[in-house]
Design a protein around this ligand. Structure first.
Ligand code: ZN
Length: 274
């Protein structure tokens, strides 16, 4: 596996440059963000969440091919009752047959066809666990992201929000993390699920773009297949945005080439595609 690691190290280096070199989007992307909290959250903290979330939306969409102006509508709920999580407000059927319909998330459909989906009342639902929110650190410059990280135990809000937006865009589905079978009662599968394969009891994301960068596919996290890597895997995975086996905070992560390859394999066009 040495070869893979070496290739991979060069990918990460390339991505460090890529993050600062995203060309400005011709089509304008605007975020409309509102709160439906279950608990009292100060206006200041809501303002910080909004600023970091807007930056995360700009950063992510800056990598994507978008032909017309987009307004991304995001309902945020801070609650003690939910873990931090995110998904599109709807799933749009794009193919397949009865018993195995294929869906993409509304956020992906919006990026592909803004004229058709801009008018939807809500595109993304973001849940922020209120105990986690207390640990959030808000980057003073959530776009540039080069300020020193805070003390131990704090969580970089932009890292969390980018991670969650990737779930809402495409890293989501209905497979059972153990068996790889659809756990949906009507056999639904997502564009992400289409690329998930099982090998020797482990699930891998093995879409063509990803397999080019990471031969054999990326090992997914056991019991949590909408993430990659776990302890014992290639240690480089543990520094990446969608690592699913826990980070030591403070921790700052960026969208990397593997994430972009996953997005492409899910049928969403990335600028300067792989
Ligand atoms: Zn996640």
């Amino acid at each position: 596996m040495k070869k893979v690691t070496t290739i991979f190290a060069s990918i990460i280096l390339a991505v460090a440059c890529l993050n600062s070199a995203v060309s400005p989007q011709k089509a304008k992307v605007t975020s409309q963000i509102w709160f439906e909290n279950d608990v009292e959250v100060s206006k200041d903290i809501e303002g910080e969440i909004r600023r970091s979330l807007e930056a995360a939306v700009q950063t992510l969409t800056g990598f994507l091919v978008i032909s017309e102006d987009v307004t991304v509508k995001i309902a945020v709920k801070v609650s003690p009752d939910f873990p931090t999580s995110c998904r599109s407000a709807e799933f749009i059927r794009i193919g397949g047959e009865r018993g195995g319909y294929i869906y993409e998330q509304l956020f992906a459909s919006l990026i592909k066809d803004p004229a058709k989906y801009n008018q939807k009342p809500v595109h993304i639902r973001l849940f922020i666990n209120s105990a986690m929110l207390e640990k959030f650190w808000f980057d003073p410059d959530p776009i540039k992201r080069d300020s020193p990280l805070p003390e131990r135990g704090k969580i970089d809000a932009v890292t969390v929000l980018l991670h969650e937006l990737l779930h809402a865009l495409c890293i989501n589905g209905w497979k059972d993390s153990e068996t790889g079978e659809s756990s949906s009662p009507n056999g639904a599968i997502s564009t992400y699920d289409l690329n998930v394969t099982e090998k020797s009891g482990r699930l891998y994301f093995s879409g063509p773009k990803v397999s080019k960068l990471y031969p054999g596919g990326i090992p997914l996290t056991a019991r949590n297949y909408k993430h990659y890597g776990q302890r014992g895997d290639d240690p480089d995975l543990s520094n990446l945005l969608m690592f699913g086996d826990g980070h030591h905070h403070p921790f700052r992560s960026f969208i990397n080439q593997l994430d972009l390859a996953i997005i492409e394999d899910c049928g969403i066009k990335v600028k300067n595609g792989l």
